[in-house]
Design a protein around this ligand. Structure first.
Ligand code: ZN
Length: 692
């Protein structure tokens, strides 16, 4: 398709009729079950476990805040189709066909093919597309093509018509779409990062039109950038770059442009939210964001980002737009995502202690003083409770977010850094009693350390990574923030992780009351190295390389310190009874090694040393030792754990009186994963499914 302007008359009608609002007044039902009474696990399939998260504290919000939260939550769901389409041009059509077969009346739901298709569909929902959300590798369908074709043939014309392009026959449609599902050679990778191959022609993400080459896209955006401009917009962030009549043009995501129907609906809810904002600062930022949705103007986006940073007093906050660029092989174009949230006041005290000392951390870091910031602009750190997730952040969620991404805005205005506490809680609760530590940790001392300090140091490491790590350091004069090219993302994440690792061991944290004693950090060091060298590979199929940015940076760090451990073996891998284990022989020395690598990585970023970045990334972060990997997978399989987690959102129902005045919100945690996704497809499907 490559281009699709929206289409659905229905979607436009829906702008005036809001089916989600119930007109009768109902008693408010907002309460949060206790941890012991909460059923965290919703579903298990393939390599996934789907969890629920608790929305603690929503009952303490004012009626107006609840109303605001509700409207923003609706906006969060309206962008669902956008991320499917950004992830691949066939994703919406495939999802629609799968759901039609899955819910077809009279189909034999006990057959092996049906059951395998159910797993495949559930995985598509997790990934917002047909490629694994983490590895980027296309799913293998476990059901037969002949069986699937037979079912498609039984579908009524109505079920197919949203997928058919005008004038297209059913057979033509099937001939186009079936190989995308069943032929392993078609669109094998979401994002191909292999050296020496054209990253765009060999990737199936949909940020560039068919036939646009990497060199063309790179020179298109290079020509836009002016190295003299100290406040550049994020060129290309919100568009698809396509070739039309031989020329490269951008199809901009905006109301009236690409993705119009979904974006109009998002704006509809944001405008409702605008009327019930808590503070002037919040209103100013939200108004600017709406303006950006309507115009697609990237200067407006930067103005919005600055206003959003300044809104620190409001309890309710949101990410709801084109945000992270991990999905684009060139790191230019942003995926649509949403996290609607409110501040966890108690836990925010923790991050305030860190951010209030930002300058101390910067001044005392091991990086070369010429690359340190003289003045740390306020990093606003807070702990939040997620109330609704959408787009690229659903159903797999980040644990922390630090925005905005534009370097010059961060340097001039700071950034907002958040840790999502209720998601962390769900993760932690779901792995209790799994037997994981008994299998992979050598020695009772380390096991006790992990039980005692793993959760608290995990939270702190995330805080340090987000609040300080990403915001620390500065570029040498004249160095472009894009200087590291495709190595930027891994290097940047390694930098933030190393900053967190270096400081989680600092006595300053005990002094600040953030850690109980000077032993606690060892739990984080051990867990990090064990994960980076061994256990994170449970998420990867034997024979595959590491593709995901954060996994690459973790292995980079862990392998680098292993290799630089020297004769006294600061860190080593030992074998006991045929199994590998991590042993840390000298925690203090390990901290020094983290400091050394942080210093080098900051130098690489500050000077734009692409060759050094490439050497680190290529030598340490991608390849996995095959024998070790096989062993880890076998040990892990015996534990019956899922390496990836996803979430279902709670269901909110708003009530209004006869005059349309909001009277309350109720929350339910009952919806299961299948029910939720089928409902989202019925109620929040705004984009055309046709592939042009
Ligand atoms: Zn990060």
């Amino acid at each position: 398709m490559k281009k699709y302007y929206l289409i659905f008359a229905m979607a436009i009608l829906a702008l005036t009729a809001c089916s989600d609002e119930k007109k009768e007044a109902a008693p408010q039902q907002l309460f949060t079950p206790e941890i012991e009474d909460f059923d965290y696990i919703v579903d298990n399939f393939a390599d996934l476990q789907i969890l629920r998260y608790r929305v603690v504290g929503i009952e303490n919000l004012t009626l107006q805040q609840q109303e605001l939260l509700y409207y923003l939550s609706q906006a969060a769901l309206c962008g669902r189709d956008i991320i499917y389409d950004q992830n691949g041009r066939y994703n919406l059509a495939i999802r629609t066909l799968l759901e039609a077969v899955y819910t077809m009346e009279g189909i034999d739901t006990t057959s092996a093919d049906y059951k395998a298709m159910e797993v495949y569909l559930k995985r598509v929902w997790v990934s917002n597309g047909i490629h694994h959300h983490y590895s980027g590798v296309k799913f293998e369908p476990g059901f037969q093509q002949a069986w699937f074709e037979e079912q498609l043939d039984k579908l009524s014309f109505d079920a197919l018509k949203t997928v058919l392009v005008e004038g297209q026959s059913k057979d033509e449609l099937f001939a186009e779409i079936l190989p995308v599902i069943f032929d392993p050679a078609v669109m094998p990778l979401h994002k191909n990062q292999t050296e020496g191959q054209d990253a765009l022609l060999t990737s199936s993400s949909n940020y560039y039109g068919e036939g646009v080459t990497q060199a063309e896209a790179e020179s298109f955006y290079k020509a836009m950038r002016n190295s003299e401009d100290s406040t550049p917009v994020s060129y290309g962030l919100n568009s698809r770059l396509v070739k039309r009549d031989g020329n490269l043009v951008e199809d901009v995501y905006k109301v009236g442009g690409l993705y119009d129907a979904a974006m109009s609906k998002i704006v509809y809810w944001l405008e409702k939210a605008l009327a019930v904002c808590e503070t002037e600062a919040q209103r100013a930022a939200l108004a600017k964001m709406i303006d950006f949705y309507k115009t697609g103007d990237l200067k407006t986006f930067d103005e919005y980002a600055i206003l959003w940073i300044k809104d620190t007093e409001s309890l309710i906050d949101y990410v709801c737009g084109y945000t992270e660029t991990y999905g684009d092989p060139l790191g230019i174009k942003a995926a649509w995502e949403a996290v609607i949230n409110f501040k966890n006041l108690e836990a925010t005290e923790r991050t305030l202690k860190i951010s209030n000392n930002a300058q101390w951390f910067e001044d005392n870091s091991p990086v070369d003083s010429q690359f340190k910031k003289e003045e740390c602009k306020g990093v606003t750190a807070k702990v939040i409770t997620a109330a609704m997730m959408g787009g690229d952040n659903y159903p797999t969620s980040a644990l922390g977010i630090n925005l905005p991404n534009a370097d010059w805005i961060r340097a001039a205005y700071g950034s907002k850094s958040v840790t999502i506490d209720n998601v962390a809680e769900a993760y932690a609760q779901s792995v209790k009693n799994s037997g994981f530590n008994d299998e992979f940790v050598l020695g009772d001392t380390e096991k006790e350390l992990l039980v005692k300090y793993k959760d608290i140091t995990d939270n702190l490491h995330t805080d340090l990574h987000e609040c300080l790590g990403h915001g620390s350091g500065k570029l040498a004069p004249g160095v472009s923030p894009e200087a590291l090219g495709k190595y930027h993302a891994v290097i940047e994440e390694a930098r933030a992780d190393l900053f967190g690792l270096y400081y989680v061991a600092d006595p300053k944290l005990v002094e600040l009351g953030l850690l109980p004693d000077t032993n606690a950090y060892k739990a984080q060091f051990y867990a990090y190295i064990m994960n980076g060298l061994m256990t994170q590979t449970t998420r990867i199929k034997l024979g595959d390389n590491i593709e995901q940015t954060h996994m690459r940076n973790r292995q980079l760090i862990a392998k680098w310190v292993l290799e630089h451990s020297g004769e006294d073996k600061t860190v080593e891998l030992v074998v006991r009874d045929g199994k590998h284990y991590v042993v840390v022989n000298d925690y203090a020395k390990l901290r020094t090694l983290f400091g050394d690598l942080l210093r080098e990585i900051q130098r690489i970023k500050s000077t734009g040393d692409q060759k050094a970045a490439r050497d680190l990334v290529e030598n340490y972060s991608i390849k996995i030792d095959q024998d070790l990997h096989k062993e880890i997978l076998e040990r892990y399989e015996k534990l019956n754990m899922a390496p990836y987690k996803g979430f279902v959102n709670p269901v909110y129902t708003a009530t209004f009186d006869d005059n349309g005045k909001f009277t309350g919100l109720s929350i339910s945690y009952d919806e299961n994963y299948v029910q939720q996704n089928l409902r989202y497809s019925r109620e929040y499907s705004f984009l055309s499914k046709t592939v042009k």
